[in-house]
Design a protein around this ligand. Sequence first.
Ligand code: ASP
Length: 310
Amino acid sequence: MSAVMVVHGGAWAIPHDLAEASVDGVKVAACEGFSVLQRGGSALDAVEAAVRALEDNTVFDAGHGAVLNADGEVELDAIIMDGRTLASGAVSSVNNIANPVSLARAVMEKTAHVLLTSRGANLFAESIGMATVPGDTLVTENERKAWRKNKNFATEVMEDFNCQWAHDTVGAVAVDSAGNVACATSTGGIRNKMVGRVGDSSIIGAGGYADNLIGAVSCTGHGESILKVTLARLILSHIEQGKSLADASQLSLQYMGDRVRGAGGAIAVSPSGQWAATFTTERMAWSAVDHDGLWYGLDPNERLKEQLSQ
Ligand code: ASP
């Protein structure tokens, strides 16, 4: 069985000045995750490593580089899920953790719960000795400027998401050489969101889902729409019923567009090593590594390939 790693850097109208950095960022993260798989690591280890790389890259709206809420603060959401056991861990509205995906993994492995939010999540981080950082250190100068410029347009921003205002949430799915699948998703959400707003990314079945019997999915796009159609699980339901990964993703995104007028994107892998990267927004930065090489794209129908450097 050959291992596969797929990552996304968010679905939206990525502006030209961020295009190259977004594509470079997803390629690096996909290679990072794949190298974990090559060293015999599990799919779970690989998705955590890939998402950590994306959280550390300020180009993306996750961890360092996250967008700001209406009060000018970061509030981060993340999920991780292990397809072997359906174990899942998530955090929402955390503001002092550089790598929320690792805190989500700790919730999964060290508590009896699936999701910890806000103060409780921060207290849990302290209790397990996870390093905390002042929230301000996660904010980039560019984001601070963008927030100042747009802070009076919160409502419009939320309604205009489908056109251009979405940001680059990150996610990863992987299958390891034993056929185990996993997913992880991490985000700062939507710029100027209400304080306390939680989107899809940390919600099991919406922002991500992984089941060894079917596959793994990580989503991006308009969180409120993704929540309404439970996008990750919807995609997996279509796969369960025999659709290909690409058709299942396309059908589900189409349904979200028709039913609740939401746009977005998703990446998926199956236990047998098939994979897909699909979106209905203008762009989505994505990259995959399989036995054939390194794949990547940004615009619709773009599917470029490079040999893997050894
Ligand atoms: N889904 C994320 C959210 O609504 C945003 C995104 O994917 O860009 O929080």
